[in-house]
Design a protein around this ligand. Structure first.
Ligand SMILES: Cc1ncc(COP(=O)(O)O)c(C=O)c1O
Length: 442
C-alpha cells in the first residue's frame, strides 16, 4: 500500500502527549510517518537516523519482516484470548523462550504490558512472597535516587526523579532510597564501568540498621540507569548489593527495561555483570517495541512460595487483561528469533568498542563536561546554561533532528542507544552530526 507522506492531522490539540513539551511540539511538530532498519522517515520526506532505538526499544531496528509477518498471521489466527483461567500456546512458548536466554536461576515469567507494569508487578510479588512465607512484616521497598522505574505509583515511589514524584501526592508509604552512583568528581570521562563508588552499596547496611531487615521486602535498581542520563554501576557495586540483600533475606530486583535484550552485548545486564537478582523486569526490546508487552522473570523459590493451598484457588491476585496476549506473544517470539538468527546481542558486544571510541571523540567540544558509555549506550553531558537547566540539551536535540539524527535528552544530558544493527559508518554519521550540533551551539 502506498504511503501518503503528506498526511498531517489538521488539529494536534486533542492528543495530550506524554513526557513532552506539548506547546512547543504543536507549534513546530516533528512528525514521523514511516521507518525501516536504522531510519525514520519524517512527514516532510527526510530520513532521520535513529540514535535511540525509538525509546530504547527497537533493538533490532525498524519494520523487521519476521516480526511484522508474525503479527499479521497472529491477528488472522487468534486475535485475542484471555489469560485468566484460560490459555493459548504462544504465551507459554514465549515464556519458555525468554527463560532460554535469561540467567538460569530465572524459572518463571509473569506477563504484563509495559515497563511500568512490570515494576509494579515485581514490587507486588515481592510483598506477597514474604507474606506467603510468613514474613508479612517485610513491607518496606527500597529504590535509589535518580532511579527510573516507570510511572505507576509503585514505580514513582521507588524511583528517584523529583519531577516524577513531587506533583503526585504522598506516593507509597514505607519506601526508602539508596544514594545514586553518579560521582562526576571521581569518575568523569570513564570509558565503560567506573572505578569508584562500590562502597555506595554499603548504604544498604545503613538502611537495614535504621529500619530492621525484617521490615524490608525488596531493593530495586536499574543495573544501568538510563532515563536520568546514563548512570553506570561502579565496579563491584552490584556484587555488593547482591551480597548484602542475600545476607538479610531481602529480594533484589533488577529493572532491565532498557538493559534487557542485548543493550550491553548480553541478553540481560545480569549476565553482563555476572550478578543474578531474584527478579528481572523487562519490556521494550521484548517485542522490539512493536507491540506493548512487559514481563517479570522470577526464581523458582519466589514462584513456588505461592503454590500452596487448595488447587482450585487463585495463587496470586494480580494480572492484566492483556497479560501474554496472542499478538504480543507472537511479536515476542518473532523478536527473540530475530535477535538469535542475526546474532544481535553478540553484534552489540562486537561493535561496542567502536561506539566507545567514537563517543569519546566528542571530548573537548564546547560545553561537554562528561562522556559515559557501556555496551551500546552513550551519554554526553553538557554544562547547563546558567539559570536555564535543560535548555542547552533541548536545543541540541532540535538541531540534531533538523540535521537528520534522533537523539534523546534528559536534563542537560544527551543519551543515545541505537538499534543493535547499527553499522560503523552510521556510528560515524551519528556522532559526527552530534559533533557538528555541539560545535554550532557554542
Ligand atoms: C528502567 C525503566 N523501568 C521502567 C520503565 C517504564 O517503562 P514503560 O514506559 O514501558 O512503562 C522505563 C522506561 O523507560 C525504564 O527505563
Amino acid at each position: 500500500m502506498a504511503l501518503d507522506r503528506n498526511v498531517a492531522p489538521n488539529d494536534l490539540n486533542a492528543f495530550w502527549m506524554p513526557f513532552s513539551a506539548n506547546r512547543q511540539f504543536k507549534r513546530a511538530p516533528r512528525m514521523l510517518v514511516a521507518a525501516e532498519g536504522m531510519h525514520y522517515t519524517t512527514a516532510d520526506g527526510r530520513q532521520v537516523l535513529d540514535g535511540t532505538a525509538g525509546l530504547w526499544c527497537c533493538n533490532a531496528g525498524h519494520r523487521r519482516p519476521r516480526i511484522v509477518a508474525a503479527i499479521q498471521r497472529q491477528a488472522e489466527e487468534l486475535d485475542y484470548a484471555p489469560s485468566f483461567q484460560m490459555g493459548h500456546p504462544k504465551a507459554f512458548e514465549l515464556a519458555n523462550r525468554l527463560l532460554g536466554i535469561a540467567p538460569e536461576e530465572m524459572a518463571h515469567v509473569f506477563f504484563c504490558n509495559s515497563g511500568s507494569e512490570a515494576v509494579d508487578t515485581a514490587l507486588k510479588i515481592a510483598l506477597a512472597y514474604h507474606r506467603a512465607r510468613g514474613e508479612g512484616s517485610r513491607t518496606r521497598l527500597i529504590g535509589r535516587e535518580r532511579g527510573y522505574h516507570g510511572v505507576g505509583f509503585g514505580g514513582i515511589s521507588v524511583g528517584g526523579i523529583v519531577n516524577n514524584r513531587r506533583f503526585f501526592g504522598a506516593l507509597l508509604a514505607g519506601v526508602d532510597h539508596l544514594p545514586h552512583t553518579h560521582l562526576p568528581e571521581r569518575n568523569r570521562w570513564t570509558r565503560g564501568q567506573p572505578e569508584h563508588g562500590a562502597e555506595l552499596a554499603d548504604e544498604l547496611e545503613r538502611l537495614v540498621a535504621l529500619h530492621g531487615a525484617e521490615t524490608i521486602a525488596a531493593v530495586i535498581v536499574e543495573p544501568v540507569a538510563g532515563s536520568t542520563g546514563v548512570i553506570l554501576p561502579p565496579r563491584g557495586y552490584l556484587e555488593r548489593l547482591r551480597a548484602i540483600t542475600r545476607k538479610h533475606g531481602i529480594l533484589l530486583i533488577f529493572d532491565e527495561v532498557i538493559t534487557g535484550f542485548g543493550r550491553l552485548g548480553a541478553p540481560f545486564a545480569a549476565q553482563f555483570f555476572g550478578v543474578v537478582p531474584d527478579m528481572i523486569t523487562c519490556a521494550k526490546g521484548l517485542t522490539n517495541g512493536v507491540i506493548p508487552m512487559g514481563a517479570v522473570l522470577t526464581t523458582a523459590a519466589i514462584h513456588d512460595a505461592f503454590m500452596q493451598g487448595p488447587e482450585h484457588l487463585i495463587e496470586l491476585f494480580h494480572g492484566y487483561t492483556y497479560s501474554g496476549s496472542p499478538i504480543a506473544s507472537a511479536a515476542g517470539i518473532a523478536t527473540l528469533e530475530t535477535y538469535r538468527e542475526e546474532g544481535l546481542f553478540e553484534r552489540a558486544a562486537a561493535i561496542a568498542p567502536y561506539w566507545e571510541e567514537a563517543l569519546h571523540s566528542l571530548r573537548g567540544l564546547p560545553h561537554v563536561v562528561d562522556i559515559r558509555n557501556l555496551g551500546l549506550i552513550g551519554a554526553v553531558e553538557l554544562e547547563p546554561i546558567a539559570g536555564e537547566p535543560t535548555r542547552r540539551a533541548f536545543a541540541a536535540f532540535l538541531d540534531a533532528y533538523e540535521k537528520g539524527i534522533l537523539i534523546r535528552t534528559t536534563g542537560d544530558i544527551i543519551a543515545m542507544s541505537p538499534p543493535l544493527i547499527i553499522e560503523k559508518d552510521q556510528i560515524d554519521l551519528l556522532i559526527g552530526t552530534l559533533g557538528d550540533v555541539l560545535r554550532r551551539a557554542a
